[in-house]
Structures are given as C-alpha cells and as structure tokens.
Design a binder for this molecule. Structure first.
Ligand code: FAD
Ligand code: FES
Length: 354
C-alpha cells in the first residue's frame, strides 16, 4: 500500500513576492531518496477533504543536505496559498513518496536546452545543480531560456546569474521579461516562436547542422501554451520530437469526465510494489483510480488529471481507454496507463504498479 512520509519544515525562504522555498527535514531522520527533476506529492486535509499537489524539488541530492521544494502562489489556489502564506518553519507536512519522470538522461548528452517560465524553473534548477557537479559532463553546452514578467518575480535569478558568471564557456541563459527593459542577459519580450527559433538555431550552429539538431535534448517546464509553441517550433525546424521532454504543472480544465453507470461493471486486479494484490470493481464510465478510492483502496495518485504520472500502472491483461484532452488511447498488455484518466474497456483488467 502507499507509503506516507512525514516532514518538518526546517526553513522557509522567500524567493520572490509570490514564491517561497521550503526546506524539509524528514521526521525520524531517515534519508528519502529522490532524483533531480522529481517532485514530492504533498498531502493535506483542508476542512474535511484530503488534497494532494505535486511540488518539484528545487534541491539536488548530493548538493543540498536537505530536500527543498519551491512553491509559487496561484491566485485563489488552495494548497499553494497555504504553503506560501501560512505554513511556517516547524510545521509538519505529509507526503507520498517522490515521483516523476522529468529526469536527466543516463548517458552524457551532447547539448541541453531548457525552456522554463515562472515556477517551471524548479525542477530545472535541480537538474542544473546536478549537471554542474558532474565532472564528465563538464563540456556539455547548456542553454536556458527563462520567461517571467520582470527580475523581481524571477525565481532563482541570483543563482542563475552566478552560474552565467561562473561558466561563461558552457552555460548561457536568456531571460524574457515582458515588463522590464534593459536587464542584463534579458530580452524585453514574451518568448514567442520567432525568438525561440533564433535562439535554437544559434545554439545548434544554424539550420544546416543536422547532427547538432538531432542530438539536442530539450526540457520544457512552462505553461501549456508556451510548451505547445516550443514543441511545434522545434518540430517545424526538424528537431526530433522524442528528444523533447516536458513537465506539465497545470491540469487542463478541458479534461472531460465520463458519466458513471453502476449497471455495468468491470473487474480490476492490481499488483502493488509490495507484492500485495488488490481486486475491485469499477462502474462503466468511472476511472480505475476513482473506483479504487471510492472503495478505500489506496492506489498512488497526485493530480488526478493525467499530468503528474504518479498513478502510472502497466497493463498486464485486458484493455483500458486512457482519455486525454485531445485524444483517447486504447491500451492493452505492456502499455503504461494513467489510472486517474483510465477507463476499463474489457470485462477484466489486470494492472501492475512499480
Ligand atoms: C509534476 C508537477 C510538478 C509541480 N511542481 C510545482 C513546483 O515545483 N512549484 C509550484 O509552485 N507548483 C508546482 N506544481 C503545481 C502544483 O502542483 C499546483 O497545481 C499549484 O500549486 C496550484 O495548486 P493550488 O491548490 O494552489 O490551486 P488549485 O486550488 O488547485 O487551483 C486554483 C485555480 O488555479 C488553476 N491552477 C492550478 N494549478 C495551476 C498552475 N500550476 N498554474 C496556473 N493555474 C493553475 C486551477 O485550474 C484553478 O482554476 C506542479 C504540478 C505538477 C503536476
Ligand atoms: S494522478 Fe497524476 S497522472 Fe494520474
């Protein structure tokens, strides 16, 4: 069953008027393993309702002694407002285990591009801290394109400026400030496709350099429209889609839910990482996760909307419809399915987690 972790907020640091870093100490003192680019699924009860939100680590194992999360307040946002405005050093936090697949490659890459906006810098900061420690990656060229409204609202600007000064040969960062002119290393503009194209081609040595283009590894973490624009621009310029990784922070409000119909049921068996197996029924039109939670079965999840991937399970038997906003994928044995947006199709479905 799901393992829960307990943390004490050791320090709270203001990063911008709307963002804070929370340094976390595991209660009980045990080290919690995580990788740069992963997030911690925080769990808290507001009133009588349990809420979960993912927050990426801004810290890096081996560099920072304690894990840290950096949170930007979303206007009227339930969890982020509590973390930014109310949580205090000494308060306790509960979480599930670190999760996420926005990871550095196992092999040394040729060159790395990062595109971030706002709090999207958080997992990227963790990546960059790790990269600057890796001796055998010391000649990997790095480029960061980072969009914000102005310097004052740019999370980790001082750290990034320090890296620009420390690594002039290999690290280049450009800020895009929509509301500030004249800042160093900054363009006074929204990051649009023309600007992205210019920076991309400059980074890979021009349109003709096909090998630099095909070896570029890109990480995107920004609002969905900016990531969509970046992916389209890169596709048009011939950058391979499979070398573009993205982390999505915001659930898409267009996600459609089906109407549950209790008169038709499917039988689900899930093998859990601790070798236990759970079995339960779903109604037609109910997601596999919804059905499990309704019956008190603790399958892993965070966002419930198909973006964080903490609910991924491998399909062992049967068929599942995974319903994204713009497409529904029918998946069978061998495929990874998100149980939070996954609807059983066959009468029996067997899944394995972990
Ligand atoms: C994998 C992953 C990693 C994440 N890492 C971070 C991180 O490092 N730092 C961080 O600050 N946040 C991060 N987030 C976003 C975070 O999980 C919450 O979604 C965010 O803090 C809003 O939660 P809330 O309870 O304050 O807002 P809610 O009460 O859930 O939402 C209030 C309103 O804001 C909208 N909304 C929700 N999320 C966002 C968003 N991210 N941007 C704009 N509008 C939004 C909702 O549609 C709703 O209308 C991450 C999300 C994911 C999936
Ligand atoms: S719970 Fe986030 S993708 Fe399913």
């Amino acid at each position: 069953m799901e393992r829960r972790l307990l943390w004490r907020i050791a320090k709270k640091r203001e990063e911008t008027p709307e963002a804070v870093t929370l340094v976390l100490e595991p209660v009980g003192g045990e080290t919690v393993a995580y990788e740069p680019g992963q997030y911690l699924p925080l769990i808290r009860t507001f009133g009588s309702r349990e809420e979960r939100r993912a927050y990426s680590f801004s810290s890096c194992p081996g560099v920072d002694v304690l894990p840290a999360l950096t949170v930007k307040r979303i206007p009227n946002g339930l969890f982020s407002t509590w973390l930014v405005r109310q949580a205090r050093a000494g308060d306790m936090l509960e979480s599930a285990e670190p999760a996420g697949r926005f990871l550095l490659p196992a092999q040394r890459p040729e060159r790395l591009l990062y595109v971030a906006a706002g709090s999207g810098i958080t997992p990227i900061l963790s990546h960059l801290k790790a990269i600057f420690q890796k001796k055998d990656w010391s000649d990997v060229p790095l480029r960061l394109l980072y969009a914000n409204r102005d310097s004052a609202h740019t999370i980790f600007k001082k750290q990034i400026d320090d890296w620009i000064a420390a690594w002039p040969e290999r690290f280049e960062a450009t800020y895009f400030f929509s509301r500030e002119r004249g800042a160093a290393h900054a363009e006074h503009a929204h990051l649009n496709n023309a600007l992205l194209e210019r920076h991309l081609l400059d980074f890979v040595g021009g349109r003709a350099n096909a090998s630099a283009r095909s070896s570029l590894l890109t990480y995107l973490c920004a609002p969905t429209p900016l990531m969509r624009m970046a992916r389209m621009t890169m596709r048009t310029l011939g950058f391979p889609d499979e070398r573009i990784l993205q982390e999505t922070f915001t659930p898409d409000p267009r996600l459609q839910r089906r109407q549950p119909d209790p008169s038709r049921r499917h039988h689900i068996v899930v093998a859990l990482p601790d070798s236990q197996r759970v079995a339960f029924d779903t109604f037609e039109g109910e997601t596999i996760l919804q059905a499990a939670l309704r019956q008190g079965i603790a399958l892993p999840y965070t966002c419930k909307s198909g973006v964080c991937l903490s609910c991924l399970a491998r399909c062992v038997r049967g068929e599942v419809d995974v319903q994204f906003v713009e497409q529904t994928r029918r998946e069978g044995p061998g495929a990874l399915v998100n149980t939070c947006i996954g609807y059983a199709v066959s009468d029996e479905v067997e899944l394995a987690i972990g």
